[in-house]
Ligand binder design. Structure first.
Ligand SMILES: NC(=O)c1ccc[n+]([C@@H]2O[C@H](COP(=O)([O-])OP(=O)(O)OC[C@H]3O[C@@H](n4cnc5c(N)ncnc54)[C@H](OP(=O)(O)O)[C@@H]3O)[C@@H](O)[C@H]2O)c1
Length: 230
């Protein structure tokens, strides 16, 4: 695996589908072996995908799949890895859930995604409350657009089922917009990772961070990203 070669023996990739409990169980057992009694410092829930489609026409299965990945899957992983985050007698680790600006807002034709991210935000707030007594911090990071593979994955094939829906011309425009403006104006992965790492290292993190692109590039500012607490 490419990352294992690049990062060396301290890196242990755990490959699993967050929708498959048996795969998560196998990964959790492997993690336990690797930790050998040491506590897990942090669990970052990043897995995600974005289903496009007008809500009057999307198949219920699309919504179910989206919620399984973005909400249920995240909780499966949290439940299965939690024993390593808060073992008896050790300083507790933290949970970082990657939400989105769609965790509070919406984008037309991405209703399934917004439902998933809104769900993740509700789940996170409740979990934060329930874990206060255990000393485990639960942080949400809600990015705006980042130039990752999530955008090239929005292919023409995905809108074909809606060709007779009346929304098709607007869907075609949306895909065009994604391929031009969205990707062009997105923050880079490097910019996001720099902010992510600062939050990850912060000893007293806020409950929630919105991370968006700055409207204008400031002369003296190296990072073109704005971080808003809350
Ligand atoms: N990029 C943005 O503009 C943006 C903005 C706000 C929030 N986010 C969030 O950031 C997170 C990372 O997304 P990204 O932008 O980096 O997109 P990405 O490049 O498509 O990466 C998403 C990753 O999640 C994995 N994944 C999807 N479903 C999974 C499942 N059921 N089990 C395990 N892994 C799964 C994907 O694996 P495969 O490639 O094998 O499918 C991929 O490695 C997501 O939660 C996304 O919602 C992204």
């Amino acid at each position: 695996m490419e990352l294992a070669v690049a990062l060396g023996s301290q890196f242990r990739p755990l490959v699993f589908d967050v929708c498959k409990q048996e795969e998560i169980d196998r990964a959790a057992a492997e993690l336990g072996e690797a930790l050998a009694g040491a506590p897990l410092a942090a669990l970052v829930n990043n897995a995600g995908s974005a289903e496009i489609g007008p809500l009057l026409h999307v198949a219920p299965e699309s919504l179910r799949r989206q919620l399984d990945t973005l909400v249920v899957g995240q909780l499966r992983v949290i439940q299965s890895f939690f024993p390593y985050l808060a073992p008896e007698g050790a300083a507790p680790g933290r949970i970082i859930n990657i939400s989105s600006v769609s965790g509070v807002g919406i984008n037309r034709f991405f209703g399934c995604y917004a439902a998933g991210k809104h769900g993740l935000e509700g789940l996170t707030k409740t979990l934060r409350d329930e874990l206060t007594a255990r000393g485990v911090r639960v942080v949400v990071i809600a990015p705006g657009n980042i130039a990752t593979d999530i955008w090239p994955k929005q292919t023409d094939t995905l809108i074909e089922p809606y060709s007779d829906s009346g929304y098709y011309p607007e869907l075609v425009k949306t895909l065009h917009q994604i391929r031009t403006n969205t990707v062009k104006n997105a923050m880079s992965v490097e910019e996001f990772c720099e902010v992510f790492y600062a939050i990850f290292r912060n000893g007293k993190p806020a409950d929630r961070y919105t991370v968006v692109k700055k409207r204008r590039r400031r002369f003296l500012s190296r990072l073109r990203v704005r971080v808003i607490e809350g």
